[in-house]
Design a protein around this ligand. Sequence first.
Ligand code: OGA
Ligand code: NI
Length: 358
Amino acid sequence: MAPTTTTVADEAKVASIKTLTDAGAELNSVPSEYTYVKDPNDQADASDPEHSIPTIDFAHLTSSSPDLRSKAIEKLGKACEEWGFFQVINHGVPESLMKSMIEACHKFFQLPEEEKKEFQSRKLLEPIKCGTSFNVAIDKVRLWRDYLKVIAHPEFHSLHKPAEYSDVSLEFSKQTRQVATELLSGISESLGLEAEYIAKAMNWDRGLQILAANYYPACPQPDLAIGIPPHTDHGLVTLLIQNDMGGLEVQHNGKWVLVDCAPGAFVVNIGDQMQILTNDKYKSVWHRAVVNNRATRISIAVPHGPALETAALPIPELLGGEAPKYIGMSYEAFMELQASPAAYMMPCLDHLRVKADN
Ligand code: OGA
Ligand code: NI
C-alpha cells in the first residue's frame, strides 16, 4: 500500500517545500516533520507602538553637510547598540531593481525540481547552492522554506536560469555592496574609529557577499510551522529585502518584534563578526522568519562578511580597559562551526567566548 505520509527520511520525495505545497489542495495541515510549536508567550505583539526598528536615512549618512552626517552617524551607532537592527531609506538602489531581483529568484524557485537538482549540495561554500529547510541531514524539524544561495563576492557567480538572473543579480549585488560599504564606514566612525578601520581590518575588498534568497509558501497552519527559527547571522552586516509579505521578527528587550519596513527600504542587521569586533557593544541580534497562510513570501538576505581567512578579534582601541571577550577564529571556520551539528541552532558566539578563570 502506498504510504499516506511523507517522512523526513524520504528526502527524494519532498525535495522542496514548493513540491509539498504545490502537491495539492488537500494540504490543509502541517505534516508532522514540519511541526514547530512556538511558545504562546513568545509571540510578537503587533499592537505595541514602541516596537518598530530605527530608521537610518542613507542620504544623511552620505551627506556633504558635516552636521547632517554626524547626526546620522550618531543615530546609526545608537541603532547598532540598542537594536542591532534598523531600516535604511534613501539608499539610491532603485526599487525596480530590488523587485526584479525578487522576481528572478521567484522564477528560480518555480523551476521544475529536475532543473534545480544540479545545485543541491551539502558543501558550505558551494558558489551556487539550493535546497530546502536548513540542513536536511541534521534538521530535527523541517523548515517551511526553500533557499538559493549564490556567492557574489569576492568572485561573482551566477545562474543561467531564469535568463534574467545573471544581469539582475550582478547589478543588485554591486549596488547592495556599495550601500553595505558605506554603512560599514559609518559604523566604524560611530565607534570613534577612522571610517576605513573595519574594512581594512576585515579585508573587506576580498570580503564575502552571499545572495541568499528564501522562499516561504503560504502555510495552512502558520502557528505550527517556522520559516527560519531564531538565529544570528554570521557576518558583519546583513542587508535584506522582501516582497510585500512581512514575516521577519527580531528580538528586542526580551520580546519579539515584527519588522515593518518602508517599501523599498533595506532591513539591516549586525552579524556575529561585528559583535566580536566591538567586544559586545554592537549586538548580533536573534531573529526568525515566521510564515503566513495568505501568500508566498520571498526575502533576499545579503550577508556581508570579512575575507574567508580573516579572524575577527575585539578591536584594541575599543576595549577601554576591558578584557577581550572573544578568541579569534577565521570567518570560514566560524561559518563551518555555525553549520555543524554541534552548533545546531545554538549561539555560535559562545564557542569563541573567553572563559572566566574562576
Ligand atoms: C536569513 C534570515 C529572515 C527573513 O536568511 O538569515 O534571517 O525574513 N531571513 O527571511
Ligand atoms: Ni538571518
